[in-house]
Design a protein around this ligand. Structure first.
Ligand SMILES: Cc1cc2nc3c(=O)[nH]c(=O)nc-3n(C[C@H](O)[C@H](O)[C@H](O)COP(=O)(O)OP(=O)(O)OC[C@H]3O[C@@H](n4cnc5c(N)ncnc54)[C@H](O)[C@@H]3O)c2cc1C
Ligand SMILES: NC(=O)c1ccc[n+]([C@@H]2O[C@H](COP(=O)([O-])OP(=O)(O)OC[C@H]3O[C@@H](n4cnc5c(N)ncnc54)[C@H](O)[C@@H]3O)[C@@H](O)[C@H]2O)c1
Length: 465
C-alpha cells in the first residue's frame, strides 16, 4: 500500500521536531502536525521562557551584591509587563526559526489537531493554531506520537481558581503574594522567580523536604537555600480547598492553617497528553499514569506507531525527548547503526537561585548496589565573600562506589551548578573513578575546582540490602 508520507509526526515539540528533521535528512517524506505552538512546551511554556524569567529575577540581588564591590547603584523597580513582552518577542522569534528550519528540511507542515482514524491514517482538524483549518486526512507508513504532557491539578474544591505554569507565563501583573503548591522542578523554579522579583511566596509541599527523588543531602541543602530567599515553607501539608473573595484567594491546608494570596499556583505534576487523539482506533496500550506504553525502541503496541517524549512518561526532559526522537529516526531511516544514548546518566537541573544540578545516583540509590564513599563540601563562593551574603552556600557531593571507586553520582547546589555539571556528566557517563577526578588539575579560582580537590572522605555509607 502506498502512503502520503513515510513518516507523520504528531506534535512539533522537542522530540517531534528532532525526529522529523533527522528522518527528512535521510530522505524520508515527512509531515509534522502541530495544534498549538511550533517548538512545543519547551520553547513556548517551559524551559526557555522559564529560564529567561529566572534570569530576570536574579538582577535585583546582583545589584545589591555589587555594593560590596564598590558600586552604588540601587535596585529600582521591576516592570513585569516589559519582561513578558521581551520574553514573548524572543519566543515569537524562536517559533519562526522552528517553522523555517522544518520547511528548509523539506518537511510538510500541517497545522491543526491530529486524531487517529486508524493505525496509518490521521485526520487533521481545526485547533487554536489553525481555527479555520479545513479538515484533511493523511496517511503514513510510520506515525510518531510526540504530543507531550499537560499540567494536573489536585482534585479539591476551588482547584479551578488556581493557575498552572501554562498561565504563569502570561499573567497581566506580578502577584504580590503567591501560594505555590508542589516542590518539584516547577514549584521551586517559580518560587525563585516570584521571590526574586519581590513577591511574598508560600511554598506548600507534602514531604519533609522539597524535591522528592533527589539526593537527601541536596534536598536538605535546597530547603536551606529556599529559607535564605525568605520563601516560607510549609512541609507536610497539602491544600484542601481554595476560595476567593474579591481579589483575595484563601488556601486552606490540611493542618487547618489558612494562607491568603493574590495568586495560587499548582505545580503538582503533569500528565501525558492523549485526549482526543483517537487512540481507541488503534491497539495502542496505555499505562496507569495515562502514558503511551513503549518498548526501549519507542515502539507502541501498534505496529508502525511509535511514541517519544513526555507522552511516554519516561524521563520528562527536553534533551531526552530530543534523543528519543533522533534515535527513532536513525533506526527507521538511517543507514548506519544508531548511536547508543546514555539515558541512565541523564543530568538534571532545577533552576532555582542558586540552582541544583545532579547526575547519576543519589547516595540512597547507590547504597542499594554496595558500600559507598561519600565526599561532601560546603563553602561560601568567592563572590559572596565581598557581596556579604555569607548565607548563600555552595554544596557539592560526590557519590563513589567503594568497590570500583567509580564516581556514580555528582550533585551540586550553587551558582552555575548546571553549567559545571554538564562536563562532569561526561565523566560519570564514561565511568571515571575518584582517582581520575583526583589526578585532574583544577581551574583556579573557581567553585568547580572543588570537584577535583575533595581529598578526604566525609563518610562511608553501608550497603542497603
Ligand atoms: C514550566 C516548564 C519548565 C520546563 N523546564 C525544563 C527545563 O529547564 N529543562 C528541560 O530539559 N525540560 C524542561 N521542561 C520539560 C520539557 O518542556 C518537556 O520535557 C519537553 O518539552 C517534552 O517534549 P515533547 O516533545 O515530549 O513534548 P512537547 O514539547 O510538549 O511538544 C508536544 C507538542 O505536541 C502538540 N500536540 C499535542 N497534541 C496534539 C495533537 N493531537 N495534534 C497536533 N499537535 C499536538 C502540542 O501542542 C505541543 O506543541 C519544562 C516543562 C515545563 C512545563
Ligand atoms: N528544570 C527542568 O528540567 C524542569 C523544569 C520544569 C519541569 N520539568 C519537567 O516537568 C515535570 C513536571 O514538573 P512539576 O514540577 O509539575 O512536577 P514534579 O513531579 O517535579 O513535582 C510535582 C510536585 O507536586 C507534588 N504534588 C502532587 N500532587 C500534590 C497535591 N495534591 N498536593 C501537594 N503537592 C502535590 C509532588 O509531591 C511533587 O513534589 C518534571 O517532573 C520535569 O520532568 C523539568
Amino acid at each position: 500500500m502506498t502512503h502520503d508520507f513515510d513518516l507523520l509526526v504528531i506534535g512539533a515539540g522537542s522530540g517531534g521536531v528532532r525526529c522529523a528533521r533527522i528522518a527528512a535528512g535521510y530522505g524520508a517524506r515527512v509531515a509534522i502536525v502541530e495544534s498549538r505552538h511550533w517548538g512545543g512546551t519547551c520553547v513556548n511554556l517551559g524551559c526557555v521562557p522559564k529560564k529567561l524569567m529566572v534570569q530576570a529575577s536574579e538582577y535585583g540581588d546582583l545589584v545589591d551584591d555589587s555594593h560590596g564591590f564598590g558600586w552604588s547603584s540601587t535596585r529600582g523597580t521591576h516592570d513585569w509587563a516589559t519582561m513578558i513582552a521581551a520574553k514573548d518577542k524572543e519566543i515569537t522569534r524562536l517559533n519562526g526559526i522552528y517553522v523555517s528550519m522544518l520547511e528548509k528540511a523539506g518537511i510538510t507542515l500541517l497545522t491543526g489537531h491530529a486524531r487517529f482514524v486508524d493505525a496509518h491514517t490521521v485526520r487533521v482538524e481545526a485547533s487554536p493554531l489553525a481555527p479555520d483549518e479545513v479538515p484533511r486526512t493523511v496517511t503514513a507508513k510510520h506515525i510518531v506520537i510526540a504530543t507531550g504532557s499537560t499540567p494536573v491539578r489536585p482534585d479539591i474544591p476551588g482547584a479551578e481558581l488556581a493557575i498552572t505554569s501554562d498561565d504563569a507565563f502570561h499573567l497581566p501583573a506580578r502577584p504580590q503574594r503567591v501560594v505555590l503548591v508542589g516542590s518539584g522542578y516547577i514549584g521551586l523554579e517559580f518560587a525563585g522567580i516570584f521571590a526574586g522579583l519581590g513577591s511574598q511566596v508560600d511554598l506548600v509541599y507534602r514531604q519533609d523536604l522539597p524535591l522528592r527523588g533527589f539526593d537527601a543531602d541536596m534536598r536538605t541543602a535546597m530547603a536551606e537555600a529556599i529559607a535564605v530567599r525568605d520563601i516560607t515553607q510549609h512541609p507536610h501539608t497539602s491544600p484542601t480547598r481554595i476560595s476567593k473573595e474579591g481579589e483575595t484567594y484563601t488556601v486552606t491546608l490540611d493542618n487547618g492553617q489558612t494562607l491568603e494570596a493574590d495568586c495560587v499556583f499548582f505545580a503538582t505534576g503533569r500528565k501525558p497528553k492523549i485526549e482526543k487523539l483517537g487512540l481507541d482506533q488503534t491497539s495502542i496500550a496505555i499505562g496507569k499514569h495515562g502514558q503511551i506504553k513503549v518498548d526501549a525502541g519507542s515502539q507502541t503496541t501498534e505496529p508502525g506507531v511509535y511514541a517519544i517524549g513526555d507522552v511516554t512518561d519516561r524521563i520528562n526532559l527536553t534533551p531526552v525527548a530530543i534523543a528519543e526522537g533522533h534515535n527513532l529516526a536513525d533506526r527507521l531511516f538511517g543507514k548506519e547503526a544508531p548511536r547508543e544514548w546514555a539515558f541512565d546518566t541523564t543530568p538534571k537541573a532545577v533552576f532555582f537561585s542558586p540552582p541544583l544540578a545532579s547526575v547519576g545516583l543519589s547516595e540512597e540509590e547507590a547504597a542499594q548496589h554496595g558500600v559507598v564513599d561519600i565526599y561532601v563540601t560546603r563553602f561560601t563562593p568567592m563572590r559572596h565573600t565581598l557581596s556579604g551574603r555569607k548565607d548563600r552556600k555552595t554544596v557539592m557531593k560526590l557519590v563513589v562506589q567503594q568497590s570500583s571507586q567509580k564516581v556514580v553520582g555528582v550533585h551540586i547546589l550553587g551558582d552555575d551548578a548546571p553549567e559545571m555539571l554538564q562536563g562532569v556528566a561526561v565523566a560519570v557517563t564514561a565511568g571515571l573513578t575518584k582517582q581520575d577526578f583526583d589526578r585532574t588539575i583544577g581551574i583556579h579560582p573557581t567553585s568547580a575546582e572543588e570537584l577535583v580537590t575533595m581529598r578526604t572522605r566525609t563518610r562511608e555509607t553501608p550497603a542497603v540490602s
